[in-house]
Design a protein around this ligand. Sequence first.
Ligand code: SF4
Length: 408
Amino acid sequence: MQTLPNLTTVDNKANPAIFDTNIKRRKTRPVKVGNVTIGGNYPVVVQSMINEDTLDIDGSVAAIRRLHQIGCEIVRVTVPSMAHAKVMAEIKKRLIQTYQDVPIVADVHHNGMKIALEVAKHIEKVRINPGLYVFEKPNSNRTEYTNSEFEEIGEKIRETLEPLVVSLRDQGKAMRIGVNHGSLAERMLFTYGDTPEGMVESALEFIRICESLDFRNLVISMKASRVPVMLAAYRLMAKRMDDLGMDYPLHLGVTEAGDGEYGRIKSTAGIATLLSDGIGDTIRVSLTEAPEKEIPVCYSILQALGLRKTMVEYVACPSCGRTLFNLEEVLHQVREATKHLTGLDIAVMGCIVNGPGEMADADYGYVGKTPGYISLYRGREEIKKVPETQGVEELINLIKADGRWVEP
Ligand code: SF4
């Protein structure tokens, strides 16, 4: 038999925050990445990454442009070699000549210090992974890390990181310290284990080096492929930064989320949960699909949370025995006719019994009235009853009469 949980009463007066329908974002410093700013009071920034090899200049320019045109505000590329880093100068030049300047972040991996220094000249932001930047091959015979060994590697990291930090600082460019759960440095694994704490300490070690060189254009990420790990790591990072008086913006993502419906749900579970807590200033949804498919997911997450409004917000009931028309089909028709009207809220509800009350604060409503007829609403006011066959057309006419229509 199922047992009922013990219900506790919530003291609303003691928890005024539960009445707040707006997300309160964690206060962060603004970090400029070319003409886009991450953090501060700026909207959450959408990012993605091209799959092209940057040695393919034409292909890369086209891919960056394609992503930017559909709303990707910062585009990431990977530069595995010095040749890849050098060619970024030409890619940037061609973007500006044939399209426009696009903020670019370049990913640098294993022992990538020289590559990072080169690419920092051509693009706006460099992403380094603390676990790989000074890469020590894991030693399977090792049983411990002494303090002096730990510090010795720390010193080596400082020496290799310093020229990059100085270059980015002097050019007013940015750095992402991108920790990945799957690639923590061996000495962090020995000291903290394969844990969110190890991820946070990895980032803090790099942040402290940057701060000692008076460089604070930093964005931090704590990605993991398992959502609970990622959530714990970001939350711990935000808490540790708050305690330490650090206000760096966070870049959110779930790595290796996969594809299709589950990939989207997994990414949303991680990203949206943190955003709803006020954590996160830029997001990337990583799908095993064309990068163009990632952008609509980012915008849907931000729109659903009320953090950005980039499309029409549709409110529609799930339909039930009271539904007076084919709701799925009508919703599809309404969406096709109005999806370009960014900023409007439109409701499609199956019946007048619950429809008008439940369509929230939609600007317009399409509600089943009697068999064969629907009612059009402006806000909570019923405007007119029309035959269902003219419903979509009359809805458009109403929006036009209000001066809120724009041609697609
Ligand atoms: S609005 Fe009406 S039709 Fe839609 S689910 Fe509620 S009761 Fe059913």
